[in-house]
Design a protein around this ligand. Sequence first.
Ligand SMILES: N[C@H](CCC[C@H](N)C(=O)O)C(=O)O
Length: 265
Amino acid sequence: MKENVVRFEKWEGLGNDFILVEAVPMTAEAARRLCDRRFGIGADGVLVIEREQPRMQVWNADGSRPEMCGNGIRCVAAYLVSRGTPQKAVTIATDAGDKRCEVTRAGDRFDVLVGMGRARMGETLVVTALGAEHRFACVDVGNPHAVTFDPYTEDAIDELGPIVATTPAEGINVEFCRVRPAEHGEAARIDVTVWERGVGRTLACGTGACAVAAAACAQGRAPYGAPLRVALPGGSLRITVAPGSLELLMQGPARRAFSGEVVIA
Ligand SMILES: N[C@H](CCC[C@H](N)C(=O)O)C(=O)O
């Protein structure tokens, strides 16, 4: 069979890491192989980019196809600017709509501000597991999230995360949160541990940070209209939730780790 050798770049946003390729026909099996941390490059996901009319398609490490990826779109915006896109503001089409990104570069590090669209608050998801009922606020930010502010130990998160993530037929990302005293001038700080649909534990989740901020504002745990610090294991994102519209602004880093060539069968 003809080998399909393609150039890739490995990028990460707060340690949520991705393989970026351009205009490559991707399959679930190919994505799984590429993301395998033993037999492949290793990543939380694959981002397939069309450069002309910029578009990002997302593949999770298990080969599933989510609608959107917050850390990923910051990486794609920075990738486009690093590859010569002249303007610093770029609009990228996704399966969850067009997202406008503003890129600031400092050497090989990028800071990206993204209009993430509107959060939509959903029903309460009640999951009976581990001998108890667990309640999550469902938030749609283009992809689905289940958010709780109830206290859970790390071991409980490892047990409950996969159960909740696979309870809805289409799957759901799960965020376990704690509101902490604000520092450094932000309006509130929320610590988050994520169990991602199609991936498992990750160091950060951009759409998850947006869902957490929207849920915190909706539940009166944080103020609308002010930058909130969402602290994830891999680092912090600044999220602002507009009152009324629930329009989301996300600001955070993106970094190219390395590039190479890979055979995509
Ligand atoms: N696992 C997510 C997609 C990746 C989201 C995350 N990496 C982000 O930064 O938003 C899902 O299945 O909806």
